[in-house]
Design a protein around this ligand. Structure first.
Ligand SMILES: NC(=O)C1=CN([C@@H]2O[C@H](COP(=O)(O)OP(=O)(O)OC[C@H]3O[C@@H](n4cnc5c(N)ncnc54)[C@H](OP(=O)(O)O)[C@@H]3O)[C@@H](O)[C@H]2O)C=CC1
Ligand SMILES: N[C@@H](CC=O)C(=O)O
Length: 428
């Protein structure tokens, strides 16, 4: 069977998709029984030069060239954007075309609507590439954890941030230079703000939470902190205590009856000995904790042309199989349940806190007194002289809740000569 494909976008991911479809055509046909053929591509800028393999099909800037083409059964949306992509995907589904997309921003914010439209029309809507690039985490969650009770999904799910943190820690690159390099390598979003401020990871964590816990959180339900304020001094202090700083997305059930879910993106300290500490550059890793299985970690490239395109291809071949078996129209994930959002008192972790104080007699004593008043105690404490007569106090605490931390934040903010310079959770 020949299956026609219409591509929206011929950028980093789109080019990779064309490359795999052309270079691995024989193998794809052998394994699916179908020939997947790009019939048309729609892009934004017609004057941009396109070379080599991407010239083997018509390229225009009119969406209807794909949407109205009866020879196209599958639409691949790898152009990004929110409203335009929503419109194109909705029209494709209503035209009874199957859709494969890598657009996490869209799936995280309007995915449920689109899933419903796909179901009504009896077509597939797959988006493996939307989370962790080349790591096949969504299909694994939807097929291999169906009988297990997942308690946590956690991991490194933004390649750009991980690349920047790795380059800052290992190659002494500045934050700005590392970001530029990530952009040149095609890892960053067209606007990298989403990468470094944690939103890209937040979108992916929303989708992961949907697959792992059946919940449908919105962005406002998440606590989100990016890497823009991570300093060289924080990295060095974390290293001195045996930790590396990583931007993590963590969704976990909490509460005595496991009735609530905490969903958070933030830079955290990971012990050198933990597998996540060994995930460098644009690589991603997702840890899944299940009651039966224990802990599983999926690791691999989280961004970039070919790895991401491979995930798109995995979706395409799944659609091809559905077409061959006449079984399309089943949702990618059908797990649904309600969980409360965790309260600050339920979000508990060890903390790494940096306080700058005027280096005067008794200053350290008054800071430790403030922590004691918030019922927080230390496992380690280090004071080093800093610039302009100040001292840098690094404290590692026993487990404490976000509610306790809020008390400390307020107390320190109101104190003279004391500044809360940084605070991180310690991952375990
Ligand atoms: N890069 C990566 O590593 C990963 C990306 N993704 C996601 O994949 C998607 C694509 O990313 P990427 O390939 O990096 O993006 P690029 O910016 O490299 O490419 C975007 C492509 O879409 C085209 N395009 C943009 N706007 C429109 C529009 N309104 N109509 C038609 N075509 C349009 C562009 O056209 P033109 O060529 O004319 O400019 C370009 O070909 C995004 O949703 C991204 O979040 C997901 C995982 C990893
Ligand atoms: N910008 C994203 C690309 C993949 O989703 C990232 O850096 O992870």
């Amino acid at each position: 069977m020949d299956i026609g494909i219409g591509l929206f976008g011929l950028g980093t991911v789109g080019r990779g998709v064309v490359k795999i479809l052309q270079e691995n055509a024989e193998q794809i046909t052998k394994r699916t029984g179908s020939r997947l053929i790009v019939k048309h591509a729609v892009i934004h800028n017609l004057t941009k030069e396109r070379t080599g393999f991407v010239k083997n099909f018509p390229i225009t800037n009119q969406a209807t060239d794909i949407l109205d083409n009866p020879d196209i059964q599958i639409v691949v949306e790898v152009m990004g954007t929110l409203d335009q992509a929503y419109d194109i995907i909705k029209r494709s589904l209503n035209a009874k075309k199957h859709v494969v997309t890598a657009n996490k921003d869209l799936i995280a914010s309007r995915g449920q609507e689109l899933v419903a439209i796909a179901e009504i029309n009896g077509v597939d809507l797959f988006f493996e590439a939307a989370v962790a690039g080349g790591v096949p985490i969504l299909r694994t969650l939807s097929t291999s954890f169906t009988a297990d009770e997942i308690s946590r999904v956690a991991g490194i799910i933004n390649g750009t941030s991980n690349f920047i943190l790795t380059q800052m820690a290992s190659n002494n690159l500045s934050y700005a230079d590392a970001l530029k390099l990530a952009q040149n390598k095609g890892f960053a979003e067209s606007d990298p703000t989403n990468d470094v401020e944690g939103f890209d990871a937040a979108y992916k964590l929303i989708i992961l939470s949907n697959f792992a816990f059946g919940v449908q959180p919105v962005l406002g339900d998440l606590s989100i902190t990016g890497i823009a304020n991570v300093t060289d001094a924080d990295i060095a202090d974390a290293n001195a205590f045996g930790y590396v700083i990583k931007l993590l997305g963590v969704a976990q059930v909490v509460g005595s009856a496991k009735e609530a879910i905490s969903i958070e993106v933030s830079p955290q300290l990971v012990p050198f000995t933990h597998p996540l500490a060994t995930v460098h550059n644009e690589n991603n890793a997702v840890l899944v904790n299940g009651e039966s299985v224990g802990e599983v970690m999926l690791y691999g490239p989280g961004a970039g042309e070919m790895p991401t395109a491979n995930s798109v291809l995995s979706d395409l071949t799944n659609v091809a199989t559905d077409l061959a078996l006449n079984t399309p129209g089943h949702p990618f994930n059908s797990f649904n349940q309600d969980l409360d959002l965790a309260k600050p008192s339920q979000r508990i972790a060890r903390r790494f806190i940096v306080v700058e104080v005027d280096d005067t007699p008794g200053a350290m004593y008054s800071v430790t007194g403030m922590f004691a008043a918030a019922k927080m105690s230390f496992t380690d404490l280090k004071q080093t002289p800093a610039a302009n007569g100040t001292a840098r106090l690094v404290a590692l605490t026993h487990p404490a809740s976000d509610a306790q931390l809020n008390v400390i934040r307020t107390t320190l903010r109101n104190a003279d000569g004391i500044n809360l310079a940084a605070e991180y959770k310690i991952f375990s």
